[in-house]
Structure formats: structure tokens, C-alpha cells
Design a protein around this ligand. Sequence first.
Ligand code: IVH
Length: 710
Amino acid sequence: MDSEVSPVAQAADLRARLNRAAYQYYTLDAPEIPDAEYDRLFQQLQALEAAHPELSTPDSPTQRVGAGIADSLRPVRHALPMLSIRTETDTTPQGARTFDQRVRDWLAAEQRRTQLKAGEERLRAEPLTPEAVAILAGAPVDYVAEPKFDGLAINLRYEHGVLVQAATRGDGETGEDVTHNIRTIGQIPLRLTGAAPPVLEVRGEVYMRNDDFEALNERMRQRIAVGDKAARTFVNPRNAAAGAVRQLDPSIAAQRRLSFFAYGVGEVTPATGGGPNWHTHWQILQALKDWGFPVSALARQAQGADELIAFHAGVAAQRDSLPFDIDGVVYKVDALALQRELGFVTREPRWAVAHKYPAQEQLTTVQSIDVQVGRTGKLTPVAKLAPVFVGGATVTNATLHNELEARRKDVRVGDTVIVRRAGDVIPEVVSVLLEKRPDGAPEFAMPAHCPVCGSDVLREEGEADHRCTGGLFCPAQRKQALLHFAGRRAMDIEGVGEKLVEQLVDGSIVHSLPDLYRLGFVGLAALDRMAEKSAQNLIEALEKSKQTTLARFLYALGIRHVGESTAKDLAQHFGTLDAVVNANADQLLQVPDVGPVVAQSIRTFFAQSHNREVVEQLRAVGITWPEGAPTAGASLPLTGKTIVLTGALPTLSRDEAKALLEAAGAKVSGSVSKKTSYVVAGEEAGSKLDKARELGVPVLDEAGMRAMLK
Ligand code: IVH
């Protein structure tokens, strides 16, 4: 920088550049200068302020990192009370209609009240606003609908455009001064962009993104593991955020990476006459955006109850894929004149309502911890819960994954636990309420013997999972193996479900995979619940399944680590079953995506005589497939190429594109690595495209892909 320029001007210039960079980085998520450049400017400013302490200002980015430790949180009396919102008790989508009707009823009551008062006082009735008159005549009410963020409410006070104070809501009248912590939040401007009224209070929610929350808990677990007594994990992002905001030491908030959404204003002076000329809440949101605040991109204007219902459903559908937690949506009457007319009941405005979604977390108790045995013998501890309605469904089971995980969470029989179920995600025990643990509850331990067949349980070196060593001797493994074998993507035998497999195995009718094909009509029809017609259908389905492909057959065998796509690769590469059975490790490693672990697993499988026996018997009962020449010698245009599809292609669906590529010999994979030959990207391609660019993998569009197929 030019040394002629005064230190005051230098500092102002550096602050402006750093504040702009922070806005681009944190709020727009589109940095324009590299991190190193930011650090360099930041250090320059720090040096300048150190040399000239009189230059230090509250809006200086150097103030973000935490000036010192507060000795207590000072009370702050709010210039305007911070209200809460009424929660609509009807959680069905119809709740929106109830609210809309209530708004109309209130306006009608307001009209009667002014008329009555006018009558008593022999005056002319106070006119209602034109908006209210139109609504009473049947016009729809204009609303703004927003997500209800699950964090904590904060009031930010700006004087002459500079952040001077941040306070929690407290009891609504008096909150706590948390300015030192709020300054550390990169998304909160220390100085507003553009002109602002002399006093502007901005209200919004401080929250923690789910990925930041996971990262925080991971750091905490690492600290706990090395014996750090001060470390603890958090139950949910809201608690982690609220805890950070109320700390005395701002370095804690700085480490926790908090975020912010603005959704309203408090005191604004002057409110009129030279102040902002707002007529609607929507205009307020736009102004907040212009001043540099993050405002949710999900917020919408909505007309009448129907559009509120559509919003409620639309946001619900996205809820699980949002990067942060929401517990519902908020509807607000858009016109500020109508808001004033509607007013408040106690501390809740009549013009706003919270419409919640079913809670994703609930308390329940652990009735037992069962250990289930999977197809490969893996033992999975499962917490059996007192039934609880959470995330829109009744939950009675939650997997604890493995012993390590069960011990980490330290779930015990009799415990009160928080269970979480978000959308289609499998229910999970989030944490245990230790204060409610019954005396003498024993720690969970994996059994030494398989709970199903009594065989020894082993845990292999370096593996998290325990396994039953019983193999197909273990009825649990046999059942799972049969279900897998018959599955839609394997041999595709219609009618082989859990109930049937249970009867076949428990009744000692089926001992091995080939036994399935030896089932006679008489034996089947004698089974419980098996009508003649179903027995006939099953026999036909078994017959039909005998014509298959090598890939399906290999997958159906249930070789550890051989999923559907590896099975396809093996079939394509070797062409015949014998070639796969006899392949040595080096030959197996030639197959795309087959590494040492997979190769070893295939070798081990076919090295066992009883497995080769099963394969022989299956062929003997008539299972066949067209055996081809090995395609390892690149007979198709894309043989040996691994391709990743991402984003929406203009004319082809994902499945269509996949089928075309596979027909041309390519392998279609779900993740980008150094081995990826091409990435085919469409609209709204995300992290896979970034990864491809990072690794220098060539990127094609649909047209490029089609050209390659020719
Ligand atoms: S508006 C007068 N909008 O929900 C209306 N609140 O009791 C004042 N919240 O404490 C609040 N998302 O912390 C509003 N989009 C949103 C919100 C929101 C979350 C919180 C806020 C408040 C509580 C309601």
C-alpha cells in the first residue's frame, strides 16, 4: 500500500476489503479472494492497529476473534420487546387454513369493535385499512412463509451502520449481552453495506449447520478419547449453538462455527420520515439482504391458505436434505398495516404463527438390547425401544451398529434415550440421559457365542464387527443368504420372502441354496399359509429364475465384498464361471475396482470345497446363463472405462444414461476417484463435479457422452 496514505485511510480501506471478503465467503458462499490473501490483509490491519491503538474500531474485522473473556453476561433491556410466536396446535397441513381463518375472524372482530366503540362514543367508526376491507370482502390474505429455524433468537443493534450490541431474547423484555460471541460469526456483518438508518435492530436466529455440528462432536470425541475432562459431546445443533452464544470466552464461539438467518427488525429510528419506507414484511427481508444479512432462500410470498399449505408441504419435502435443522415453518401477514391492525394477545402477535413438523427426536426407554445375525454372520446390537412416535412413524428398534458404537454411546437396558428419526433415515439413538439410568444397569457386551446357533463369535484383527463363525450352519445366516439369493437383483425369485424362508429353514426343509430348487409341489403346499396357487406360482418362479446371467449368479452367491457392480465387472472381465473360480489374485486384480480385499475374499470363497459344491449343485439343478468370451480384451468402445454420472442430463434419465454406458462396456460408478475415466455432468451437478475438477478427471456433457458411445 502507498506509504503516502494516512494510517486512518489505510485502516479504513483494509477493513472495507476484509468485510467485503467475509460477506462473500460466509454469506454468499462465493469467495472472490483466496484465503491467503485474506490472511495477508488481516495481518496488515492487525499490525496497523497495534502500531496505532487509537485506530481500533468496533467494526474492525480484527474484533471478530474475541477481545477478552467477559466476567459475566450483562443484562440488556430490549428497546422493543422480543415477542414469541403462537404455535398452531393443528400440525396437519390444515393448520394453515385454521390460521388463515383466525386472521379473518380477528379482522371481522376488529371491525365490530370499532363500530361498537363509535356507537358508544357517538363518533364515526375508525376506518379499517383498505387491505382489511378487501379481505373482509373476500380477498385472500397476503402472507410471507419462512422456515422456522431451530436455534436461538438474537437482537443485533446497529448504530450508524456499525454493530454495537448483540443480545439474547431472555424473557422477551431483558436479554443477555453476548456481543463478544456474536462478533465471531462470519455471517453477521460488523458494518452494514450501504446506507442505513441511525438505529437499526435486526432480529434473527443463530444456529449451527449439521455438518459443523458433526465436526464439533467429532472433535469432542477425539478430545474425550485422550482424556480431556473439559470435553463433552452435544445432543443437537441447537444446544451446541445456544451453549456457544452464552459463553464468557469468545474463543469458544469462534471455534464452533455458528451461522445466522435474519427474519425481522426491532427498533428502527427514524421509523418514518427519512427512515425506511416499508409497507410489507417482504420488503424488510429484501432490505436485510441488501444490508448484507443472510436471509433464507426458502422464504416465499404466499396468497391465502392454499399457498401456505403448499409451502408447508414443499419445505417438509426438503427438510431432510437441508444443511440445518428446522422444526417447522412460520407464516406472517405480509402487510405491515394489517400487522398493526391485528396487534397482539399477551406477548404473541396475532399476525404470525408457527406451524410445526413432527418432532424428529423423542425420549423413550430401552427395553432390551438384542443381537441380530446378518447374512455374512455380522452381529448387530439393536436397541428394542418402548414404542415412540417420532419423525412421523412409530419406532421400536434402533440399530447400535457394532460393539464399539454401542459402547461409545453407552446404551444400557433400562436407559432413557433420545431417539432420532429424520425422513427415511433409519432411527438412531442420539444419546442417553445418564441422570435417569437405573442403578446397576450393566454395560453392554457382545456375546461370546452366536445367539442363534451357538457358534463362536470372533472379531477379526482391525475390524469393528463381530461375526458368527457358523457360516451356513447358522440358521440366521442361512435365512439371510436365501433371501439375498432370491432377491430381485440376484436370482429374482418372486414369492421368496421372510415368512417363507423362516418356515423353510426352521422346518429343516431347506439347508442350502440348491435345496430351494428341490422343493416339490407337495412339500410346499403342506407349508403354513401356502395355498395351492401360491405353491404353483413359486415353482414357476423357481423354474423361470434358472435362466439368468453370470453377473446375477455371482452376485447371488453372496461372496463378501462382491456387490452388484463388482459381480458385473467379474462377469464381463472373465466371461465364464470357471474362469472366475480359477482366477488367481493377480488376475482378479486386473478387474476394474477390484482391490486386494475383494480379490482375497473371492479367492477364499472359491477355495472352500463346500462353496464349490454349492455352485456345482446349482448348475446341476439347471441354472444356466449365456457364457460369453471374456471381454477383458476391450471388445466394446468403453470397456475398461469407469464413468460417473452427476446432475440432471438434458434428455436422458440417470438410468437411461447408465444403461447406454454399460451396454458400451463402461462401468458406471457412484463416486469420483483418480481411477475415474470421465465424469458426465448435467444441470446442478454438485460435489462430484468439483471433485472431478480437483483430480483433473475429464468432464463431458450429454452430447460429449453420446459422441463417445458412437
Ligand atoms: S419471527 C413476532 N421468524 O421461533 C415474531 N421467528 O417463538 C417473532 N424462529 O424465538 C419471531 N424461525 O427464535 C420468526 N422465521 C422465523 C423464525 C423464528 C425461528 C424462532 C425465534 C422465536 C421463536 C418463536
